[in-house]
Design a protein around this ligand. Sequence first.
Ligand code: 5GP
Length: 216
Amino acid sequence: MVEKLYVTYNDVHRLCQESAPRMLESFKPQLMIAIGGGGYVPARILRSFLKQQGQPNIPIQAIGLSLYEELPIAHEANATTGAVDQIGTKVTRTQWLDFTSLGGMENLVGKRILIVDEVDDTRTTLEYAVKELEKDVAAVSEKLGKGGEKTEFSIFVLHNKDKPKKGTLPADMEQNKYLAAQTVGDVWICYPWEATDIEEHDRLSAEQKQKKTSSS
Ligand code: 5GP
């Protein structure tokens, strides 16, 4: 049976709050791209902590990526009942940046962009996102005659699972432009936005924290 880790909304909030100063010291993002659905809530919370006095809010764009497998059929995750997602091996785009509006895309060129997701598991999704975004931004930048402007990508995840990764990231990104708020073992993380019964989810989380405190 896979070990589960119950994470509450307050845990997510605190992880974002703790990470924001480190991010402001290093990447200083000018724009965020949230990978849906898990990256949406962390990106929005992070924005509150990245806000600088006298500066506008950092814009958030969204992309949707999903890992799928042809067989067996993927199961829906359910944090409360305990069903665990069947993780796939291929990434599909369910939503992407709007390339029909060059004006919109122009905003990305030459910027420091933070890609936000909830968890780095096998790293397949992050590898796909980085590669595809770099490729697409380079194409738009060329089209706009801004080939000389450097667009920089960095990554924020709430959790990184300490395990062998299938996907790879550029070496420079892995060393200097990758921030995981928390590193965990190869457990199944139950996020609050997946819970069908949030009271029960929070209760299980509190129980887990209590057990951890009494065993340490
Ligand atoms: P990857 O294997 O590409 O790093 O992760 C793919 C996706 O699988 C993640 O974005 C996330 O949606 C889902 N995933 C992987 N591990 C977990 C986990 O422990 N809990 C939840 N809720 N989703 C996970």
